[in-house]
Design a protein around this ligand. Sequence first.
Ligand code: HEC
Ligand code: HEC
Ligand code: HEC
Ligand code: HEC
Length: 397
Amino acid sequence: MRRIAVLVVAILAITAGYYGYARMRNPRYFRPDPNPAAYRGRAPLQYQSYIGGQQQNEKTSKFEKFPALTEIYAGMPFSEDYYTTRNHQYALEDIRAIRRGKPTAFCLTCKTADYSWLLKEMGEANLNAAAFNQVDPRVTHPISCIDCHDTRTFSLAITRPSLVKGLSKIGIDINQATGAQMRTYACAQCHVEYFFNRSTNELILPWDNGIKPEDIERFFQERNWADWTHPAAGVPLVKIQHPEFENYQGSVHDRLGVSCADCHMPQVETDGKAITSHAWISPLLTIDESCGRCHGGDNQALVRRVQNIQGEVLTGLKETADLMGQAAESIQAAVLLSATSQQLAGARAAYARAHIRWDWVQSENGNGFHNAALARRLLTEIRQFVNEAIALAQQGG
Ligand code: HEC
Ligand code: HEC
Ligand code: HEC
Ligand code: HEC
């Protein structure tokens, strides 16, 4: 009797264990924990490095660097409240603090590790249609382990459906991606330009025509899409978000096969073990690890090269911002002199073409370093379009 009881209990335990295991393996039931502390035991050094990133907590208003932003974004919320980035762990705190209106809960897509279970529970359209304040109280974790990993193995995983759909538009099947490509795609889940389709409540990467700035410009032109109308220039415009992935394409380092993680998540030595850094501090603070394998030698000189590019791009942005201000004033002056919309159509179209390029260079978070050649080309085009806008406005007026 005792033996049979033991046998029954053993069979039950094995069956339950098997079902539990199968359930865990089945993606339909697997609920990864959004809390980073849940992985502390299994990945103590990566966890420590992730927490260490909190030191990157400086948050500065973009208006300090660019007073002209109030003019360029006049009439829309970015003219009032706009900050530089900081560490991933502040993403949720920062979206909550921002005073700009939050249209819907889609803003949470790139700010919280709770996104994955919300997506399963609500479905993309319902989640994106819900009010921000309705979903926000249910969310507790900022960007964390499950956003980039299948935490059963810690292999890289894509958790944002928008990227999978976006990449397929440019002929890339995510399932065929190499390990090296995944080290960039993991970041492209969020560090991209996007478009929120209000009729389908879908978050879309505007890559139907390709991912160069002019391809994305054409995407918005074809849909007649605008985020707001600039009050002085009287022209509908698009706000570019953070096109790090698109901007990086074709750069010196991209052509060499360098991934986002190669620079931003280098191999570092902790407790005598080599791990992938999870701190996301500036690569200029880890030059030996991030850049040394190619740029051995004088680190100070390398920092200067980066700063020279960033300085040149910043100066270019400031000069062209002044020109954009002049163009808006010229259009406004022409309106006062009774120029018609038809007469000003050319000037306004040229202003819009200058604006989307200016906004691209300004919004991209490498300050020009990620693709210096592209930043230079765009700055040249901005000057051309903005001079055209001024000339046409003067003719029209
Ligand atoms: C923004 C994306 C991202 C987040 C968030 C993230 N990781 Fe990683 N993780 C990576 C990348 C990239 C690698 C390198 C993978 C490769 O090269 O295949 C990596 C590698 C790892 C590895 C493999 C060992 C190593 O050091 O290379 C472990 C373990 C790991 N991460 C744990 C974690 C833990 C724990 C968290 C949360 C505290 C976390 N990761 C959060 C991107 C991320
Ligand atoms: C789930 C969305 C998401 C993913 C995935 C993601 N990021 Fe971010 N990242 C953000 C957001 C949002 C911020 C801005 C946070 C803030 O300012 O509060 C940010 C900020 C950063 C910063 C700025 C840090 C600072 O101190 O200013 C770096 C660098 C960065 N991310 C690199 C990466 C890299 C490299 C990857 C891929 C390995 C990656 N990110 C993946 C959303 C993401
Ligand atoms: C060749 C190295 C390299 C590669 C590759 C690279 N970055 Fe960067 N990134 C940098 C440097 C250097 C900076 C400027 C840091 C500074 O000014 O302190 C930077 C800045 C940033 C910032 C702003 C951080 C801040 O502190 O303001 C973000 C966000 C970012 N990169 C994301 C990415 C993403 C996403 C990718 C991939 C598409 C990528 N980077 C590829 C080197 C790189
Ligand atoms: C895989 C090798 C490799 C890595 C890693 C790498 N670089 Fe480069 N980088 C190159 C090569 C090759 C060039 C082109 C030759 C040159 O300008 O030195 C280049 C060019 C540059 C330039 C000039 C860029 C331009 O557009 O004119 C700067 C600045 C630079 N690298 C900084 C860095 C920094 C900072 C890091 C680390 C955060 C880094 N690189 C990582 C190989 C690399």
